[in-house]
Design a protein around this ligand. Structure first.
Ligand code: UDP
Ligand code: MG
Length: 347
């Protein structure tokens, strides 16, 4: 993969899914773009960002809407967004979720309410470069149904986050049918087809990075270097990233279950041989009280292994329980619609 920003698109990760070169341009209907901006405590960024976004998108098409999804912010995001919707004259729609449901749910809410024939997912903190939009647009016109940004420079992130991320992708992609392109984020351009496919997936706990890969379609990757956050602080600390990783793993791989079956099998086999050996030893040399340490160590080892595997089973069962309850993945508390785009305008 090229390691310069804004280099030509790469389809390396998706060699199985995407052709090496864009196919001849599709006769796409004129672009009507829905921009989904999840916002959690972004009062300082939102006005500038929406302005900049509207300007960048305005170069591509006059028909667009910007959906601000307020994901239960605790700062003044709500007031700032309402103010924008009322007074800015921009084609905005403001959707306030009833509490903080997490970025994945906020994105789902945006995708569910988007009405354009293409949907752009972009962070509110200026980390996703707006300069990439024309390229994404071109690739979409060239026949790609999903164009996503791939972070090429994680050097700016601290060690633990980097190591954890790389470990996560390694486990995720080991022997899994759906490969997650490493370092692909939520900076995406989706065709209506892809947005509809994502909407049709019924699961409640949505690990979006996995779902994008799962739905497939013709996909292109655009490398980019994330810019520094314009204002405010990242909402993702290590604990939150860890829980997102766990959601990803339990939603998209059964490898952890399999690992314990294998370890269990190996340990049981060892115990069998050991038992046979003890029998032989007792028959040949008689029994004495030796071996207590072995026994104690054995008991500890086995109970440890069992507890751990029960814990992992529990993670999956918990996930099943959550899905069975069928609660929606988000609730909308307020929906202020000043968007000119209409549903029936679909091609
Ligand atoms: N975000 C959200 N809900 C959350 C956390 C984050 O909607 O619970 C939004 C946030 O406002 C931003 C985007 O998701 O627009 C990315 O979040 P952040 O910058 O905190 O994450 P990072 O860039 O550090 O991964
Ligand atoms: Mg950010």
């Amino acid at each position: 993969m090229p390691d310069t920003p804004n280099a030509p698109p790469s389809t390396d990760f998706y060699a199985e899914y995407a052709p090496a070169a864009p196919s001849p341009a599709l006769p796409r209907a004129p672009l009507r773009l829905s921009c989904v901006v999840p916002a959690h405590n972004e009062e300082a960024n939102l006005p500038h960002f929406v302005q900049a976004l509207a300007q960048a998108v305005g170069q591509l098409t006059p028909d667009f809407e910007i959906l601000i999804v307020n994901d239960g912010s605790r700062d003044g995001t709500h007031e700032v967004a309402l103010q924008l919707v009322e007074n800015s004259g921009m084609p905005l729609r403001y959707i306030a979720l009833s509490r903080n449901f997490g970025k994945e749910a906020a994105l789902s809410a945006g995708i569910d309410h988007a009405r354009g024939n293409a949907v752009l997912l972009i962070d509110a903190d200026f980390q996703h470069p707006l300069e990439l939009l024309p390229q994404m647009h071109q690739l979409w016109l060239g026949g790609y149904d999903m164009v996503y940004g791939v972070i090429v420079d994680r050097a700016a992130e601290h060690g633990a986050k980097r190591v954890g991320t790389s470990l996560f992708y390694r486990i995720m992609n080991s022997g899994n049918a759906v490969k997650l392109p490493p370092n692909a984020g939520d900076f995406r351009w989706l065709d209506r087809k892809v947005a509809d496919a994502l909407k049709s997936l019924p699961e409640r706990h949505r690990f979006m990075k996995g779902l994008y890969a799962w739905v497939g379609f013709k996909t292109a990757a655009l490398p980019f270097v994330p810019l520094d956050r314009a204002a405010g602080a990242s909402s993702f600390n290590l604990r939150r990233l860890g829980s997102l990783a766990l959601l990803g793993l339990t939603s998209f791989t059964t490898l952890p279950l399999r690992v314990w079956s294998v370890i269990g099998g190996l340990v049981a086999l060892m115990a069998l041989f050991y038992g046979a050996w003890i029998t032989v030893e007792t028959v040949l040399f008689g029994a004495d009280l030796d071996g207590w340490p072995t026994l104690a160590a054995g008991i500890m080892l086995f109970s440890g292994v069992q507890l751990m595997s029960i814990g992992i089973l529990g993670e999956y069962i918990g996930r099943i329980y959550d899905e069975v309850k069928q609660r929606p993945s988000y609730l909308v508390a307020r929906d202020e619609d000043r968007s000119p785009l209409r549903e029936d305008a679909h091609d």
